[in-house]
Design a protein around this ligand. Structure first.
Ligand code: BDP
Length: 711
């Protein structure tokens, strides 16, 4: 073979393996694979075997690791998922201990993460003394995956679950998925959409679910399902799904028995009832509690639970933000012990910024859990970078004042405030079958962040961002990866990762708020797909509370939704002193001002500017920040493999263009009411309002299945 051809082939081969190695599929698990140290185990089990094999492959330190089960007081208190990691035998061994197999697996991943992020260097290895246990008992992903392979609000390709081929064909990605979850402490998953097809409970589908459950089990990931409340009719042929009907109860009892005969450790049901056209107990004049309790009673003998969603809003009420509270607060104490009410972080719907849902402060006798949205339905899909840990922290750290100061959403929900034994947190998954799992390479950080916060809610967003960046972009120790010499460039790379964390990840969610919906604005989205701006959107015959004007209420006097005591009085759903704080125009935090108040355009803001000018400045700041993201990211070019570098670079261009689109659309539209000029020092719009109103933003990178909403 001529030399030139040979060298071309070699280059091609290197490029191909390079592309495979850095396509993002390895997530934050880019461990070395040349481990040689000894791993000592006392006994075998499927879970312990995984822990040992992970360590055998990747543990590079010159001391052995031992995995030991202990049942003393310390370990009983840590529970079977908690663990310790200590340097023992005069610094000649690292010992991971737990009272359960699962804790050993989590401990093993923790140890490997310390190694991969350079935290065992020097003498640090000699002094390990770590003790961990999770804050939430159930750390669960909610997949909005349909049985036809589409994903509602999914922006990373089709569903991972290949229902047509299951259970006969098992994709290797099922195990990779379980492993990724276990590595960050996620221990549960709801496989299907909350807008659930009754079919999922058919005998045929249960076999498919079983196949997945069997793969996930050794990784400690338990399977749950979303159910359709009318399943007894659709599947069982009954004339009703009334929860108080005996035949309905018998049908559920039998179905649950069947499920447990197939999947003995099945977790339970997630239910969206009487919401956006879904069936539910209210169809029969029954309450949410009566509906939930019916299911709870039949699941109880098997230790199954019901996660009953509080995402409800009827078209009749004047303020959608009050609905969940109005329906659920009177039911506090009426739910069975194995029911937990799942509440979205904000009172409306996963907007870029909302106050926390007042329902967290209202339910005391009933366990409640936060539902966070990892998929970026309202934050630019997988085109925009939006690191969500700061947003989730904002909610979890909010003080409800339900039992006086310090009653944070985190403490209400982790079981510590009221002593509920059920404690859970859910994240609507951003995972699809894209090679890199999440579409945007930086969106993997949100999956990671959800797991980390579910494990330990007082971790800072900065720490989580830094961990993720280091695990994802630092060359692995046996690096055949980015083509840089780790030793030489390590310092610069560390500097770069710190910069990416501080200047991109940490600022990204706030930037999205700024260019989409600053100062408490919300729901200005285009009809149905929720990607671009359409503050003017007005679909004939559609529900008022699906229209932007319902939320922004712009008129010649001002803008914003008056939810104060002079308006819908939603502020009264919060405990004092928040209630008064939100209620006062001057005391309400400016970032939530237009959520709670209708404010005159000339209102003087803390900056000394008028509201109109402040709005213009904030929209523009969002645009300028995304331009800044582009500049910073380009510095990564020589450090990060080409594939991931270019992918992010490309998406940042889209984001910057969209940010301008958002700013121009909103400002030009609202200007019709404010009748004021955009401050002269700011960039001028590059679009015309008329053109924008006629243009339908082209969306290419996501699925848009039919949602089946009814009015
Ligand atoms: C909304 C989504 C819709 C979901 C709904 C829900 O637009 O697709 O079905 O939430 O959470 O945000 O049930």
């Amino acid at each position: 073979m001529p030399m030139r051809l040979l060298s071309l082939l070699t280059t091609l081969f290197v490029l191909c393996s390079f592309a495979r190695a850095e396509d993002g599929s390895a997530l934050w698990l880019r461990y070395a694979t040349n481990g040689q140290s000894e791993v000592i185990v006392q006994r075998q089990s499927p879970t312990i075997n995984i822990a040992a094999s992970e360590l055998r492959k990747a543990w590079l330190m010159p001391v052995p690791v031992a995995l030991e089960i202990r049942s003393d007081k310390e370990h009983r208190a840590l529970g079977n998922e908690g663990y310790t990691i200590r340097t023992t035998i005069g610094a000649k061994q690292v010992t991971v201990t737990s009272s359960g197999d699962q804790g050993l697996l989590y401990g093993a991943y923790h140890l490997l993460q310390l190694q991969a992020t350079g935290q065992l260097e020097g003498t640090k290895l000699d002094r390990l003394d770590i003790s961990e246990k999770p804050d939430y008992k159930i750390r669960i992903l909610n997949h909005w995956d349909n049985l036809d392979g589409t994903i509602e609000r999914g922006y990373a390709g089709h569903s991972l679950w290949n229902w047509d081929e299951l259970p006969a064909v098992i994709s290797p990605r099922y195990e990779a998925y379980a492993r990724a979850n276990a590595s960050i402490g996620i221990n549960a998953t709801v496989l299907n959409n909350v807008n659930a097809s009754p079919e999922i409970l058919s005998a045929n589908y249960l076999q498919k679910v079983k196949a997945l459950a069997d793969i996930f089990r050794p990784y400690g990931v338990k399977v749950y399902l979303s159910i359709n409340f009318a399943s007894p009719m659709a599947l069982g042929g009954l004339p009703t799904a009334d929860p108080l009907n005996k035949e309905v109860a018998a049908w559920w009892k039998q179905k649950v028995k069947e499920i447990y005969s197939v999947i003995p450790d099945f977790g339970g049901f997630l239910v969206k009832a009487n919401s956006e056209g879904q069936p539910g107990p209210c169809d029969y004049g029954r309450t949410h509690a009566e509906g939930a309790n019916l299911l709870a009673d039949v699941l109880k003998p098997y230790q199954g639970i019901v996660m009953w969603r509080a995402f409800v809003y009827s078209p009749s009420d004047s303020d959608r933000a009050k609905q969940a509270y109005l329906e659920f607060e009177p039911l506090d104490g009426k739910f069975r012990e194995n029911v937990i009410v799942q509440i979205k972080n904000g009172p409306v719907d996963f907007q870029p910024r909302e106050p926390f849902s007042p329902l967290f402060g209202a339910m005391k006798k009933t366990a409640v859990m936060p539902e966070l949205q990892i998929t970026q339905e309202y934050l630019g899909f997988s085109n925009h970078v939006a690191f969500l840990a700061p947003m989730w922290k904002e909610c979890l750290d909010s003080d409800t004042y339900a039992q006086g100061e310090g009653s944070t959403v985190a403490r209400v929900t982790d079981g510590s405030l009221y002593g509920h034994s059920l404690a859970a947190i859910a994240g609507v998954s951003n995972i699809g079958n894209d090679v890199n799992w999440c579409g945007h390479p930086l969106a993997q950080a949100n999956w990671y962040a959800f797991g980390r916060l579910a494990w330990k809610h007082d971790l800072s967003a900065e720490q989580i961002g830094e961990e993720w960046l280091r695990l994802t972009f630092l060359p692995v120790a046996d690096a055949r990866t980015v083509g840089i010499e780790p030793a030489e460039d390590r310092e610069q790379l560390n500097w770069l990762l710190t910069l990416l964390n501080a200047e991109i990840l940490q600022k990204s969610r706030e930037a999205v708020v700024d260019y989409m919906m600053p100062l408490g604005l919300h729901h200005l989205f285009a009809w149905n797909h929720h990607y671009g701006p359409e503050p003017w959107c007005d679909i004939e015959g559609a529900r008022a509370d699906w229209m932007p004007a319902y939320y922004h209420r712009a008129d010649p006097n001002g803008i914003g939704f008056d939810r104060s005591s002079t308006g819908s009085n939603a502020t009264a759903q919060y405990h004092s002193p928040l209630c008064e704080q939100y209620d006062g125009l001057d005391t309400c935090p400016e970032k939530l001002l237009l959520w709670f108040h209708h404010v005159p355009w000339t209102h003087s803001m803390k900056s000394g500017r008028t509201l109109w000018d402040e709005l213009c400045y904030t929209y523009d700041r969002g645009v300028q920040t995304t331009r800044q993201f582009q500049k910073i990211w380009d510095r990564a070019e020589t450090f990060i493999d080409r594939q991931r570098f270019e992918d992010v670079q490309h998406r940042l261009r889209i984001q910057s263009r969209d940010a301008v689109w958002w700013r121009d659309a909103c400002l030009l539209y609202f200007q019709q009411f404010s009748k004021q000029a955009i401050p002269h020092e700011l960039e001028r719009p590059v679009h015309n309002l008329k053109d924008m109103m006629e243009f339908k933003l082209e969306i290419t990178n996501f699925e848009c299945p039919p949602y089946g909403f009814t009015k």
